[in-house]
Design a protein around this ligand. Structure first.
Ligand code: NAD
Length: 260
């Protein structure tokens, strides 16, 4: 039997068919879940609506996680269709472009730091607060981090501190929501070519570096990230909460490896 049969999942963060959110949505559907999508209102939402039939998504929600009103409105709509929710995926990040150019020390600004943390880290707590009351039969929350949270990564700049914050949010939510039977975890993929990734200077070089230096000597696919998400959000991971699971072809295990 597909391992997410009977589960209802909201996957937030669709921007294109390269989005990690889309990879996860497809894997969830393959495993029998009913999957609804959410995207930034406007062009992103139109795209999500265009993709929705491919995974039989019953509805798509417009949601700007920078706005409490928008979050409340989206979850109000969700509740009308689904009184119970089992899984929420937060696949959302943003930092102003000028904070991703040049050195961290030169480019980081008070406003850029605030926005990056608001949209990329605080929003997971905000979505968890909105989703938890609907998880009446327990549930799983999942977010997407990156190893720039624990190690300095060139060009990742202000997103490093934002991902460190997101991982701390994941642990704090896991501690508090565990008593409601809600598990909270993060995946930490290696580089995947998506719209957000295109905003990171020299991203191609990063992909190339992983290909040469990661133990598996390659990058990871959207499907591999989606499959890890299926695992963490399924009963197969019922004893796991508060973790950050790398899906990085082993790169996190390496201290120094000379690229081939
Ligand atoms: N691509 C990678 O190499 C990689 C690696 C590790 C982690 N991640 C993480 O995966 C997640 C998804 O990113 P992606 O690479 O799929 O890129 P993506 O551009 O496809 O997805 C990012 C999403 O965030 C959404 N977003 C930004 N601001 C928003 C707001 N205010 N309200 C609602 N949505 C908003 C965008 O619309 C987009 O859908 C991010 O958290 C990213 O940091 C990506």
């Amino acid at each position: 039997m597909p391992i997410l049969e009977g589960k209802r999942a909201l996957v937030a963060g669709i921007a294109s068919k390269r989005s990690i959110a889309w990879g996860i949505a497809r894997s969830f559907r393959r495993e029998g879940a009913e999957v609804a999508l959410s995207a930034l209102p406007g062009r992103m939402l139109e795209r999500a609506e265009a993709f929705a039939p491919e995974i039989d998504a019953p509805f798509c929600l417009g949601m700007d996680v920078g706005s409490d009103e928008s979050i409340a409105q989206a979850f109000g709509q969700l509740k009308n269709s689904w009184p119970r929710l089992d899984i929420l995926v937060h696949s959302i990040a943003f930092a102003p472009g000028d904070n991703l150019k040049g050195d961290f020390a030169d480019s980081v600004s008070r406003e850029g730091f605030r926005v990056a943390h608001d949209i990329s880290a605080y929003s997971f707590a905000a979505l968890a607060r909105a989703a938890a009351p609907l998880m009446t039969d327990g549930g799983a929350l999942l977010t997407l981090s990156y190893s720039g949270s624990t190690r300095a990564v060139q060009n990742y700049n202000v997103m490093g501190p934002a991902k460190a914050s997101l991982e701390a949010v994941t642990r704090a939510l896991a501690m508090d929501l565990g008593k409601m039977g809600i598990r909270v975890n993060a995946l930490s993929p290696g580089p995947v070519k998506t719209l957000s990734a295109a905003g990171i200077p020299n991203f191609r070089k990063m992909l190339h570096h992983y290909e040469g230096a990661a133990p598996l000597r390659r990058n990871v696919s959207l499907e591999e990230v989606g499959n890890a998400a299926v695992f963490l959000c399924s009963e197969m991971a019922s004893g796991i909460t508060g973790v950050v699971l790398p899906v990085d072809a082993g790169m996190g295990a390496v201290g120094l490896s000379f690229p081939d």
